[in-house]
Design a protein around this ligand. Structure first.
Ligand SMILES: [Zn+2]
Length: 325
């Protein structure tokens, strides 16, 4: 009952406040600074008058009219104005509130700002500033206890096989900790832990730990290049472990804990070499190996290794953030 009341309250409040909250169009928000794809000038898409009223002037679409309210395709939802990836279909849930609802957003993709009404939290695209809707917490719809309530008209749906994403592969010791940090990086759509760089097919954790297969515990990162560059990810990689350690990381000893970047193209290789040079010039003897991802297969690890710390409510024991750049 309580939940029902909250839903209804949110619904009517949302409807009332949104329709009376029109503001002037604004320019895309300033983006992240630094050397990244995200710092390039933002190219925005043309909008229809109806889209402009929601995305630029913060009106709302009528409930139960948006095309994604009851839609269940597998893929991602992007910003209609700038194409940044905002939400995953796996985080969408049926709230019956009349608008698409998600209990999580892509890290860093959605900005929260106290609404002009003094009550609610507005959500906008962190990249372009386009209005998306509001976020509500404490309604207990899902274990994450969060509802991003988004106008369908502010988004496009992109099927999983059409996503404009890029991949990177990092080995830096126990993959539990590496995944913990990389999955929280801005613009990261998903991460998977697995084994790479060895000589056997479909290795198991037990085989890899026997130090006979040559695999490194590796994290595959799928990211939105509009929001984060390989260079930013690679810097984070170097900052969450000690790249000077050879064949171990903290208390974990063995060649599966070596530091290695499996680059997917020459641009990633060049970037990795540049960052290693910077660290070497600063007095660090970097032991990170560089190998082509194309020479190896990434073998997904057993399910119990995926998102280990999050599933078990723990924090990494051998990975910590240290600023190095
Ligand atoms: Zn946007």
């Amino acid at each position: 009952m309580k939940t029902k009341f909250l839903v209804c309250f949110s619904f009517f409040f949302f409807l009332f406040a949104m329709s009376s909250n029109a503001q002037q169009p604004r320019q895309p928000a300033a983006s992240v600074s630094g050397t990244s794809a995200a710092s390039a000038p933002i190219k925005t898409n043309p909008l229809t008058p109806e889209e402009q009223s929601v995305i630029l002037r913060k009106a709302t679409e009528r409930p139960f009219t948006g095309k994604y309210t009851k839609f269940n395709g597998k893929g991602v939802y992007t910003c209609k104005y700038c194409d940044a990836i905002l939400f995953r279909s796996t985080d969408k849930f049926a709230s019956e509130c009349g608008w698409p609802s998600f209990d999580a957003a892509i890290p860093g993709a959605v900005k929260q700002t106290p609404d002009a009404d003094g009550q609610r939290m507005e959500i906008t695209c962190a990249r372009c500033g386009g209005h998306l809707g509001h976020v509500f917490v404490g309604e207990r719809f899902t274990p994450k206890n969060t509802r991003y309530c988004v106008n369908s008209i502010s988004m496009n749906f992109v099927p999983a096989d059409k996503m404009k994403v890029e991949k990177a592969y990092f080995a830096a010791g126990c993959f539990w900790g590496v995944q913990y940090f990389l999955e929280r990086a801005k613009g990261v759509v998903t991460t998977t832990v697995g084994y790479m760089g060895g000589k056997t097919r479909k290795p198991t954790y037990k085989e890899v730990c026997s130090h006979t297969t040559g695999h490194a515990e590796t994290v595959e990162v799928v990211y939105d290049p509009l929001q984060i560059s390989f260079e930013e990810l690679a810097k984070l990689f170097f900052e969450i472990h000690d790249p000077a350690q050879v064949d171990h990381q903290g208390p974990d000893i063995g060649d599966q804990y070596r530091g290695e970047i499996f680059y997917v193209d020459d641009a990633q290789k060049t970037t990795a070499e540049k960052l290693i040079q910077i660290l070497d010039a600063n007095g660090m003897k970097v032991a990170t190996k560089l190998d082509s991802a194309g020479a190896f297969t990434f073998w997904k690890a057993e399910d119990y290794h995926q998102f280990y710390y999050d599933k078990n409510g723990k924090k990494p024991y051998c990975h910590f953030y240290t600023k190095r750049f």
